[in-house]
Design a binder for this molecule. Sequence first.
Ligand code: SAH
Ligand code: SF4
Ligand code: F3S
Length: 444
Amino acid sequence: MPNPTTPKTYRVKNFGCQMNVYDGERMAELLADRGMTAAAEGQDADLVVLNTCHIREKAAEKVYSDIGRLTKVDGSKPLIAVAGCVAQAEGEEIMARAPAVSMVVGPQAYHRLPVLLDKAAKGERATDTDMPANAKFDQLPQRRRIGPAAFLTIQEGCDKFCTYCVVPYTRGAEISRPFKDLVAEAERLVENGAREITLLGQNVNAWSGENAAGQAVSFDGLIRSLAKLPDLQRIRYTTSHPMDVTDGLIAAHGEEPKLMPYLHLPVQSGSDRVLRAMNRSHTADSYLKLLERFRAARPDIALSGDFIVGFPGETEAEFEDTLSLVDEVRYAQAYSFKYSARPGTPAADMEDTIAAEVMDERLQRLQAAINRDQLAFNQASVGKTCEVLVERKGKYPGQWLGKSPWLQSVHFTGDAGIGDLTTVELAEAGPNSLSGRLLVPATV
Ligand code: SAH
Ligand code: SF4
Ligand code: F3S
């Protein structure tokens, strides 16, 4: 392990989902509160936090190669903390396998990172993977200056236990953060520059809470309450589960103009047998019917999903059911993954595993279908005028990059600035982004 010194600069490296991005921001705030500063791009950091993901084998193994590669220009090792879902799942193993790591901290315990840092300053290695429900949020420092598009974790953990998935083990049971805390944090984010908030959780639509009068508030009620913040322009959420979709949420898409016309609703497979084996609690048909209802409420809604190919026992015909589902939905965007057996999950013990070449071939066919639809969706947007929230400067002088309501990346040149909600005519489409013409400059 490195020499015990007090670190002055830090770098947080996030992997995995947006919840890790949120957690990474909160850890950075904790470190800043201790007087540390973020290491400049390209400069060594005294402390590196690897905020890891355990969802697939490749993601998890990456941690060890990253630890091996972390070296300062003078050849010494920085202080290394491993946080996130690999920390939760394999804390002891990390400590045993990687002597360069001084601290291991789980996703529910990172508010206690300062305690671990104090121990590290004395040359002690320490692990904290406790899961005290909600405790961390009360002990984290205030939110600080933030970009125009901010994340807000409203719910953590998962009780769904899909047979392939580690999240219920790494993130623990499903818990909702209290309504008043979320309103307060959203207000802070907006005061600090956020114009768009994405509500985060593994199953955000399972969120429930109570308002100040003690009345029950459901997820769509939370959205409607946050929409009342005058300077908040846009609300998004991810991820939601088909099982927890309510009439209220579908209605909110038709009624609440600040709720963006975008829905990420993972399905995983188009085969009912595979869905049952995955413990998904929906069928291909019930999923398609849900999407129809969202489309009826908000005809221009952009749809997104997640897919797994090569789940144990998946036949060619069952895989083709997935392709048919994609053909029917015409996703604006979708993510697809090769099945990865995760230790401790029920699917890891299933027989009839699918050969790597078959998985590769299925993934390619699925991605070709998804890319075709993504390009078609972007091309169909050409000629539309929409609002673009500017998030950062583009590659070229005078160019800006932002997001359309449908979460497309849009670049344009002209008189604008970060955080502006500009009106842009979409002019040209590629598979991953569009270019636009600025019509009306800044409205905020
Ligand atoms: N809670 C969300 C997403 C969880 S993880 C949901 O259920 O909708 C993000 C995606 O990773 C999943 O939707 C799934 O497509 C993929 N995934 C999860 N476990 C996996 C595994 N063992 N192998 C391959 N992909 C996996
Ligand atoms: Fe994993 Fe399923 Fe929970 Fe999503 S719903 S996090 S895939 S167990
Ligand atoms: Fe990965 Fe944990 Fe998110 S396993 S996907 S970082 S919840």
